[in-house]
Ligand binder design. Structure first.
Ligand SMILES: [Zn+2]
Length: 76
């Protein structure tokens, strides 16, 4: 299951977001301060999910593990 971790760059709040579609990543905001300056971090759980065939159904970065954007560049 694609769960992404984000860290708010304004207040430092860390939270997780379940992303089922690429559109789920749009309009994300910090649950504490409401700002949208978020630093995405690929969770270990999401990295695990990439090992099975679930990755075929997801618009993933082709360089999954080493993407400088944390694998979120598939949001284009
Ligand atoms: Zn915040």
């Amino acid at each position: 299951m694609p769960i992404y971790e984000y860290v708010c760059e304004d207040c430092g709040t860390k939270f997780e977001k379940l992303v089922l579609r690429a559109s789920d990543k749009e309009g994300l905001a910090c649950p504490k301060c409401g700002k949208s300056r978020l630093a995405p971090q690929l969770s270990t759980f999401a990295a695990h999910a990439g090992a099975d065939n679930s990755q075929a159904a997801m618009p993933q970065c082709p360089s999954a593990g080493c993407c400088p954007h944390g694998g979120t560049c598939g949001m284009n």
